[in-house]
Design a binder for this molecule. Structure first.
Ligand code: NAD
Length: 250
């Protein structure tokens, strides 16, 4: 077991076909106590209950809201007294062209991915520092690297590129505390984030540009998250792990 008795918080993990949920299941199978942290409390509780093994927790959290993040963190620390892993997975996207992005769109997308990653990381760092160990995994996107062109608009690419910079800077600052910070850049993974707005023709066109000849599955990302969260990645910090079927090589 790669995460035996580790406490792992995964944001945005209630969505049933999502990357966060698949990561939560895999982490639980590997012995972790998993905290599902998503917007809706009952959905988080239900998702935690459905995980294999005992001792998981579901909490309501808007990762972009500092007060909610603090409140949830108090609950988590009261139950476990430590935090070993944080997966910054919560994110939303919008298929907009640059001239159609209004400040409300910008705020919504940037707040969840970028502000949320900062606030959640700030909330777990004190515990990780005390323990002198911890792993923070941030879910960015291939859109950050190739300038979108898949589904999300330029503001989404910017938010996810911001996550890459934030994670690397945190990795540099926190290495001496035994805290590793790394990113995953998924390609197009079959979840509900596109809300059915991607047509079969669009999908076929995307697959034509993928050497592995298929779209990604949530488990593909979960396995990468397990690598980065666990001691398998003990000498990796500040890295960006591409999990995109070869869609983008650089
Ligand atoms: P999803 O829509 O299935 O899940 C996203 C989850 O985040 C949902 O459960 C939602 O309730 C939650 N969430 C949204 N706003 C939140 C907030 N403010 N606070 C807490 N939780 C919030 O999407 P997914 O495809 O599983 O995406 C997971 C992550 O992976 C996102 O960051 C997304 O940008 C990224 N990503 C996805 C793909 C893809 O192709 N699916 C590709 C690259 C990156």
């Amino acid at each position: 077991m790669l995460l035996k008795d580790k406490v792992a918080i995964i944001t945005g993990a209630a969505s049933i076909r999502g990357l966060g949920r698949a990561t939560a299941v895999l982490f639980a199978q590997q012995g972790a106590k998993v905290v599902i942290a998503d917007l809706d409390e009952q959905a988080s509780i239900n998702a935690a209950k459905a995980l294999p093994g005992e001792g998981h927790l579901g909490v309501a959290i808007n990762v972009a809201d500092e007060a909610q993040v603090q409140q949830a963190m108090e609950k988590i620390l009261a139950k476990y007294g430590r935090i070993d892993v944080l997966v910054n997975n919560a994110g939303i996207t919008q298929p907009l062209k640059v001239m159609d992005i209004q400040s409300g769109h910008y705020d919504a997308v940037l707040d969840v991915s970028l502000r949320g990653t900062l606030l959640m990381s700030q909330a777990v760092i004190p515990s990780m520092r005390k323990q002198k160990s911890g792993s923070i995994v941030c879910i960015s996107s291939v859109s950050a690297q190739r300038g979108g062109g898949i589904f999300g608009g330029p503001h989404y690419s910017a938010a996810k590129a911001g996550v890459l910079g934030l994670a690397k800077a945190m990795a540099r600052e926190l290495g001496n505390d035994g805290i590793r910070v790394n990113c995953i850049t998924p390609g197009l993974i079959q979840t509900d984030i596109t809300q059915g707005k991607l047509s079969d023709t669009q999908k076929a066109n995307i697959i034509a540009g993928i050497p592995l000849n298929r779209l990604g599955e949530a488990i593909d990302i979960a396995r990468a998250a397990l690598f980065l969260a666990s001691d398998l990645a003990s000498y990796s910090t500040g890295i960006t792990l591409d999990v995109n079927g070869g869609m983008h090589m650089h």
